[in-house]
Design a protein around this ligand. Structure first.
Ligand SMILES: [Zn+2]
Length: 438
């Protein structure tokens, strides 16, 4: 059973799968070939060896919500730079949001993004298709053509904007049933959030900025849960940010409706009082909320009401973020810090263990995104999509060493636990020693 010396054969010694007992993992070509007690494996024949002492192995992370910005805003990010950032963060698959220029609302654009991902080769890129043509919210985009395309689109979203028209939302939910698709909603009632800048509450009143009320998110989520149930289709709720939203989703799930939800790392760790310094690096949509909301989001992710973590990685060029608060763009980068932030918010607090992190950051997002080759258990025969992570490391976040073209991380200078040491994509190391390989 010992491996040959061909490239693509790796022995990872003494690593702890899902944080459990140490083991040797042998990778042969694109798959996990063997997992044995440490020192007892097929050591001799392996082509390359990696010392996994002190590291944990998780299945490659899957992001349901990444803005790669290409085509159109390559000054902020490209598919190549964004997938490099993803690999450094431990992701082996990302879903690329549709609000590019041009919008990913046709088979042609989603195939272009998919091909760029293949060419970059560091992380699988699954394009998200727009729900409405041009994200204009007036008529449905070519959902069927995108589903049938080489990109095999299954997740559709107008993210950045809400599908506010209830009839269009209903029709979109009905349409995607034919190919087991899902509509991912950016829940933001537009009239209730006109000019909104920060969470509506004590902070917005104190800073004199227009508030973004929780009800604007919760009203859309409630409506869409009811619509999804009514037509028997699948709804996914993007970046849940309020305690009330968690309650509504818990209720919808208790009915057996096909509703899933994500929360971002930043909404699990940061609160709206950070806006008090008027630093637009903390400006994001939906906005940072209160400590009570953060506690509810953590509890919701812990009990499974919120299915998964998604980054909403939203790179912006410096000039879009270094302006007055009211003029600055919404959004934060997140791929390269996601696992560390979730470690801090959920593992260090005892709310989730590593097997549950693998579930919330790999298995469930892969299932929601209909990605067959990702989110699999770490066992022989599974694709060798793996992240090796050092949980005992503690370090300061430095965007200067990030691969993203943009530096708008709210975590810059923050001390966080953990470090991604290696990422394997179908047996090929794309990150080694914490740096891009090859
Ligand atoms: Zn959004």
């Amino acid at each position: 059973m010992s491996g040959g010396t061909a490239p693509g054969t790796w022995l990872i010694r003494g690593v702890r799968p899902l944080g459990g007992q140490p083991a040797d993992i042998r990778i042969d070509g694109p798959v996990i070939a063997e997992i044995t007690p440490p020192g007892r494996g097929a050591a001799g024949g392996a082509g390359a060896t990696l010392d996994g002492d002190g590291l944990i192995a998780l299945p490659g992370l899957v992001d349901l919500h990444t803005h790669l910005r290409e085509p159109g805003r390559e000054d902020a990010e490209t598919v190549a730079s964004g997938t490099a950032a993803a690999a450094l963060g431990g992701f082996t698959a990302v879903h690329a949001m549709a609000n590019t220029e041009p919008v990913a609302d046709t088979a042609g654009v989603v195939e272009q993004v998919w091909r760029l991902g293949l060419a970059a080769g560091r992380c699988d890129v699954r394009p998200v298709g727009a729900v409405t043509a041009g994200l204009r919210g007036a008529r449905l985009a070519e959902l069927g053509a995108m589903a049938d395309s080489a990109a095999h689109v299954r997740v559709f979203s107008d993210d950045g904007r809400c599908v506010a028209d209830a009839t269009l939302m209903r029709r979109a939910l009905e349409y995607v049933k034919a190919f087991d698709g899902v509509i991912a909603q950016h829940a933001q009632e537009p009239r209730l959030t006109e000019g909104a800048q920060v969470n509506e509450g004590e902070i917005s009143a104190r800073l004199g900025l227009t508030g973004w009320p929780a009800v604007a998110e919760e009203a859309i989520i409630a409506r869409d849960c009811l619509l999804a149930a009514h037509v028997g289709s699948a709804l996914h709720v993007c970046h849940v940010s309020t305690a009330g939203s968690v309650e509504i989703i818990r209720w919808a799930k208790s009915k057996g409706w096909r509703v899933s939800a994500e929360v971002t790392p930043h909404h699990l760790l940061l609160t709206d009082d950070l806006a008090a310094g008027y630093d637009p690096v903390f400006k994001v949509n939906p906005p940072l909320r209160t400590a009570a909301d953060v506690a509810a989001l953590r509890a919701g992710l812990a009990d499974g009401t919120i299915d998964c973590v998604a980054t909403d990685h939203a790179p912006h060029p410096v000039e879009a973020k270094e302006s007055e608060w009211s003029e600055a763009a919404f959004g934060m980068t997140g791929l390269e810090t996601a696992l560390r932030v979730v470690h801090e918010a959920m593992v260090s607090t005892g709310l989730l263990d590593w097997p549950q992190i693998a579930d919330r950051m790999s298995a469930r997002p892969a299932a929601i995104g209909r990605l067959a080759g990702h989110g699999r258990p770490i066992e022989p025969g599974s694709p060798a999509n793996l992240v090796l992570y050092d949980p005992s490391f503690v370090g300061t976040v430095d965007p200067a060493v990030h691969a993203s073209r943009s530096v708008n991380t709210p975590f810059a200078g923050m001390k966080l636990p953990g470090q991604v040491v290696a990422t394997f994509l179908r047996g090929t190391p794309v990150v080694l020693g914490g740096k891009l390989a090859g």
